[in-house]
Design a protein around this ligand. Structure first.
Ligand SMILES: Nc1nc2c(ncn2[C@@H]2O[C@H](COP(=O)(O)OP(=O)(O)OP(=O)(O)O)[C@@H](O)[C@H]2O)c(=O)[nH]1
Ligand SMILES: [Mg+2]
Length: 437
């Protein structure tokens, strides 16, 4: 899709489905299209008993759509739901333009927003996997339609077999590449200090990246677009003099997120699995924030991360005229924190709550460094609270409050001399462009 495309949104609601939910979902498809710079020129929602196998919509509806195309100068149709390859192709033929379904729209946004080699590879695998399902189904369709004409089938089968094989080859090549990229990322992660890890999760556009910036004072891409963030970015949070905590921003979730996408973003989403604490961010100004929470939980369940300790964060509170919703929130999400990443409201409270969660992991310890180990002390300073320093002969006595695992890492190094000490082994959080020794 390109800028200037005039897009008609379509949807089919089955009789037993909820009208409000269908409207909401269509509204969201509109937001996805706007993220792709398309202009929405109309919405058509049909209620039916079941989708029509050949065209999804009934014949009459298709004629109606067809009449709209020249009248509204429509260039693309975006359908809020799944289309079989047959329906997709027949609709394209009937209307004479490109028809995208929800999965394809999401895949296209991901493709546009991918920046790193990792996310680009992940998106491409998901796209190829998608095209593979289309190919397989198209063949079933051909077979049925041609009524088993032996020669025709032979030809079609061969071509599709060839296509399938080359797509599959490409998928396995990319998967191997992704494994390599992932291995490098993993090694980097291992070399990071064993700091407490927090991951921001939540529906797309709820304000995760903005919140990360508010918590850490760092700059992360923030835009009013869906799926602005595709790669996990890790930042250090300090609160006053307190020890450091790592916070990870993650890719936003959405309803009907293609499963192939979740699968290929597995390594990015690993950050969620490795977190000790989740901040589940809700956009309180969104009418469907409850529904978004449920959809996010579904993805968390798929990742096996649903039972992690979680703090619910009710964000964008500055946009609420009436705060009566908060009484209700306290019942559903006990201990939730209200924030506005824009005005800064609630950010201190949230930091306090995060630190309370890790309280037990922070320990006070006295360490003795030789002068040769002062580099190590400098690194420790970045992640720990130094309570007292005394210089005594050729030694430095330090009283420090730090995470227990960091203390273990440091304990293992002091007394071995700085020759063995590599500065970036204690703290490596801002991924450098290249591996440094
Ligand atoms: N009014 C208001 N707007 C906010 C707040 N937090 C974030 N926003 C806006 O919401 C939009 C989305 O913010 P992001 O931080 O990019 O959202 P995200 O959850 O990271 O989105 P994805 O990366 O797409 O999943 C931006 O336009 C922000 O400026 C808030 O507390 N109040
Ligand atoms: Mg983001």
């Amino acid at each position: 899709m390109a800028t200037g495309d005039r897009v008609l949104l379509t949807a089919l609601r089955l009789r037993d489905e909820d009208q409000a939910e269908a409207d909401e979902s269509l509204e969201e498809l509109g937001a996805l299209i706007e993220t792709l710079d398309g202009t929405i020129v109309g919405r058509v929602l049909q209620v039916r008993e079941a989708p029509e196998p050949a065209l999804c919509f009934g014949r009459g509806k298709v004629d109606e759509l067809k009449a709209l195309v020249p009248a509204e100068r429509i260039t693309v149709v975006a359908h809020d739901g799944y289309l079989t390859p047959t329906q997709n192709r027949n609709l394209e033929k009937a209307l004479g333009l490109r028809v995208l379904d929800r999965t394809e729209v999401i895949l296209e946004i991901f493709a546009n927003h991918a920046r790193t080699r990792m996310s680009k590879t992940q998106v491409e695998i998901a796209r190829l996997q998608f095209s593979l399902t289309r190919l397989a189904r198209r063949w079933t369709h051909l077979e049925r339609q041609r009524g088993g004409g032996v020669t025709m089938r032979g030809v079609g089968e061969k071509q599709i077999e060839l296509d399938r094989r080359s797509i599959k080859d490409r998928i396995s090549r990319l998967t191997r590449e992704l494994e390599d990229i992932d291995r490098v990322a993993r090694t980097k992660r291992k070399r990071r200090a064993e700091l407490p890890k927090v991951a921001l999760v939540g529906y797309t556009n709820v304000g995760k990246s903005t919140l990360l910036n508010a918590l850490t004072g760092a700059e992360t891409l923030v835009v009013d677009k869906l799926f602005a963030t595709l790669e996990a970015s890790v930042k250090v949070m300090r609160y006053g003099e307190r020890p450091a905590i790592l916070i990870t921003d993650t890719v936003g979730f959405i309803r009907k997120l293609p499963t192939s996408l979740i699968a290929s973003f597995r390594s990015t989403l690993d950050e969620v699995n490795e977190a000790d604490l989740l901040l589940h961010v809700l956009d309180l100004s969104h009418p469907a924030f409850e529904r978004q929470r449920i959809d996010t939980d579904a993805v968390l369940a798929e990742l096996g991360a649903l039972d992690k300790p979680t703090i619910y964060v009710g964000n964008k509170v500055d946009r609420l005229g009436d705060r009566s919703v908060t009484n209700y929130l306290e019942r559903i999400y006990p201990g939730y924190v209200l924030t506005s990443s824009l005005t800064g409201e609630g950010i201190e409270t949230l930091k306090t709550r995060i630190y309370e969660h890790f309280e037990q992991r922070f320990q006070r310890e006295r360490l003795v460094f030789s002068y040769l180990e002062l580099g190590l002390l400098d690194e420790l300073r970045k992640v720990a609270k130094i309570e007292r320093i005394e210089y005594e002969g050729d030694r430095v006595l330090v009283e420090v409050v730090a995470d227990e695992r960091v203390l273990a890492q440091v304990r293992a190094r002091v007394g071995r001399g700085s020759a063995e000490y590599l500065p970036d082994t204690v703290l490596e959080v801002r991924e450098p462009p290249n591996d440094q020794p």
